[in-house]
Design a binder for this molecule. Structure first.
Ligand SMILES: [Zn+2]
Length: 182
């Protein structure tokens, strides 16, 4: 006994970065490892100073923040500017409180109830028009902001419509009964 423990495992940072895909065009660094049902990526087998004998599973975005930015202040959460939960780009991360996280989610219309309301405000025709306007604009800068003012929905909703994450099949529904119309 008393022999030093030789850790032959690949260092955690190396294991971490092997699971990151930086090729997304929007700048997100996507976690390609395991993802929890809540959408956040995680890495198992992480040894922490407080108990080096017992490996733990850690959120990928929190690890990224620690590797690239520094220690996460006690009690604070690491939040996403980009709203992509399995993104680990430190430039897309910031620290905040639980309350900030909830407010952030509401402002981005990520919470389900809020998303539904945001969608209910628009019709399929609106979604089609938003895409057309955006595609027609030769200079894209400021177009999303303008559309967000015109249609009175969040910037993120406009972005999602343009990317077809929302109202994916809007064109398909035109001419059919519209469940969102009064
Ligand atoms: Zn991101």
């Amino acid at each position: 006994m008393g022999r030093p423990i030789i850790i032959t495992r690949e260092p955690v940072e190396q294991r971490f970065w092997r699971r990151v895909n930086k090729s997304a065009t929007n700048g997100c660094w996507l976690w390609t490892g395991a993802v929890y049902p809540n959408g956040y990526g995680h890495l198992g087998g992480v040894y922490e100073e407080r108990d080096i004998r017992k490996p733990v599973s850690r959120y990928a975005h929190r690890l990224s923040y620690e590797f690239c930015v520094g220690k996460i202040p006690a009690g604070l959460q690491v939040l996403h500017r980009c709203d992509v939960r399995h993104c680990v780009n430190p430039k897309h991360l910031f620290v905040g409180t639980q309350k900030d996280n909830v407010q952030d989610a509401i402002s981005k219309c990520r919470a389900t109830v809020c998303s539904n309301n945001a969608m209910a405000k628009l019709t399929e025709a609106d979604a089609i028009q938003i895409r057309k306007e955006y595609e027609a604009a030769t200079i894209k800068r400021g177009v999303r902001a303008a559309l967000s003012r015109v249609f009175r929905v969040s910037h993120i909703t406009i972005t999602r419509i343009i990317k077809r994450e929302r109202w994916k099949y809007a064109e398909h529904f035109i001419g059919k009964s519209n469940p969102h119309q009064p």
